[in-house]
Design a binder for this molecule. Sequence first.
Ligand code: ZN
Length: 399
Amino acid sequence: MKRIADSLRGDCGHDHPEVKKTALLLTLILCLSSCGKPALEYRTEAVWPRVPEVQVVLLKDVDSVRLAVHAPYRLVSVSNGKTLLWGDELGETTVAFRGGELMLGKDRFSATRVKIISRRDGAVELNGTRYRGEVSLVAVPSNRLNAVNRLNVEEYVQGVLGSEMPSYWDEEALMAQAICIRTYVLQKKLEHKSLNAMDLAYRGTANENWRLNKIVVETRGIVMFYSGRLFYAYFHSTCGGHTEPATYVFGGKDLGALKGVECGFCGGSRYYSWEVDVSKAEIEEKLRKKYPAIKGLSAVVPVKPGPGGHYSAVKIKYAGGGLEMSANEFRLLVGPSKIFSTALSAKDRGGQIRFKGSGWGHGVGMCQYGAQGMAESGYQWYQILRHYYPGVEFVKVYE
Ligand SMILES: [Zn+2]
């Protein structure tokens, strides 16, 4: 899921009368269904006695890392609990593991797993980014290391919210976004899976601010349930008019709330419609990293469209053969900032292929520009979420 760094109203400049008509109809439907209801839309069910913790793999299999601590700290060996180093603060120092030893600048310590504990939350800095909670460095084979951050879910949501949605967007859209993030991460937690930096855009405290943190506090513990359970609350930048059932994009079984709905609120996104020429040579080079058989690429043909217009698969034709792959995989391999979505057409232009498409992202779950469009039209967070995830209920799973 990508960061949206663009302005609220994009510069696509197109008029979309059909979108306006849909938006008006939806406005009427939602108004009729919500008028007279109280604003409190969630119930409390203490699934967790306190805020659970999550583990995020920040760096995997890297040679070294730059570490700094901006408050009194201790560097502790995890295997024996021994404090290896302590001080009032630590200036930026390169850390690596070599031959079973930790190298911290010119100092060497016998340790293969260390944690950095600081008295002040958010004081530990890795490669220029500060993190809340506890940071560990773990030796992995061939003198490499992993960096792992352990923190509570609310701190994690704070660290993701401003990286996934611009902090100046409408409060109701940001509240809906915070609840999506929390629902997603707690589903991962239930499945005992670690998060990595690719799951959601987690940037430590880099994109936090008082407004976003207040929104996280206001939605504290609130998640979405579908059929009494958490689920992966996927979201994306711009659907281009209609979101897509998860099964069409990711395969597998029907994921309940992720059915695909008409949006009608993201016409202002600059990614609502787009066009890009990509050379066949570039596509071939990128696909060959995973599919080395592709040589002499001649055509890309989108196949199996879903109800939202996003294709499930693409056929790749090349000299002496052809293969079919998931359209989303194709988009990610060629580059998600080049092929913005899988709702596209592909036209042969000799050495190049012209892709014309709509939307940005996989198209599953909440459309972020649509959420902002709904918020600007006066909808509240629970109306936004019920629109994009039909049939959900809201539950506060811890105090
Ligand atoms: Zn949309």
